[in-house]
Design a protein around this ligand. Sequence first.
Ligand code: NAP
Length: 302
Amino acid sequence: MSKKVLITGASGLIGSQLTHLLLQRGYRVAHLGRTKRAGNIPAYVWDIHKQEFETGTLHEVDVIINLAGAGVADKRWTAARKKEILESRTKSAALILKMLQTESHQVTAVVSASAIGYYGFGSAQVFEEEAKPGNDFLATVTRHWEEAIDSLGALNVRVVKLRIGIVLSNKGGALTEMARPVRWFAGSPLGTGKQYLSWIHIDDLCNLFIYAVENAAMHGAYNAVSGQWATNKELTKTIGKVLHRPVWPLPVPGFVLKIILGELAHLVLLGSKVSADKIKQSGFELKHTNLYQTVRNLLAGV
Ligand SMILES: NC(=O)c1ccc[n+]([C@@H]2O[C@H](COP(=O)([O-])OP(=O)(O)OC[C@H]3O[C@@H](n4cnc5c(N)ncnc54)[C@H](OP(=O)(O)O)[C@@H]3O)[C@@H](O)[C@H]2O)c1
């Protein structure tokens, strides 16, 4: 019988695409989320705050892919939102631990999302997996998230954490948001425009998740990035070129973004350079490493 993969937070950007790819490759897939969704995929419900899950969730599951987490860029970072961003990740990991401890199961591996936010911001160095965690809000969240995921290792399951970069997709996320003003002839760099974005094509990311499911030699943290980085200005100009739109040289000033977005503005005004060497050394082949071709593939479908 084919392997069965349970995906948490599967209704989101990555989970939707990953589900599609896993099914194409002959895997059986089940979803675990906050609400029951109608559809062909078996779906189970959990409540991370009550630490409860539906009976049967782990039935025949071989691998768990953990994607659950409140979107970091979806809302202003009020104190309540910051708490939700953190707890949606740590409590999800805690509930996976509880499920594995209390249910009889055949799970051999958990492959979890993490984020390059782990390292903090800055372009003075290229971050490899051994680098120390940063100390800003996102870095602190990611460190706690990874610690919660690491605790699963005590249960004799293989644990892989993919520190995901900025996912480029045409169905949502950073590229969709950046392309919107460009389409409307209002594209300009943000802040200095010099902040580095370490990006990955969504297809490469989903293939990397599947590679981590299949490759028993993978353990611990891996950067999930293309190994190429572009400044905010370069990416905006590339979108303009693909969409045949001008990009205005005058940037949107950082202070304006801080007024509009508050602390969340850090996410668009700061960046980092992150290495893909470790995933390449593990044998994974990235298909999309050219920025122009990646943006063209996603926005122009070629
Ligand atoms: N996209 C990126 O550029 C990127 C970059 C770095 C890291 N990541 C990480 O990768 C993971 C998946 O990313 P994505 O882009 O697919 O995210 P997404 O589209 O926001 O989906 C995340 C899913 O998590 C669940 N969720 C949302 N709020 C929650 C809450 N308060 N408590 C528990 N579950 C909640 C939802 O699934 P249900 O409604 O089905 O429960 C949601 O569909 C996230 O953890 C994200 O932080 C993404």
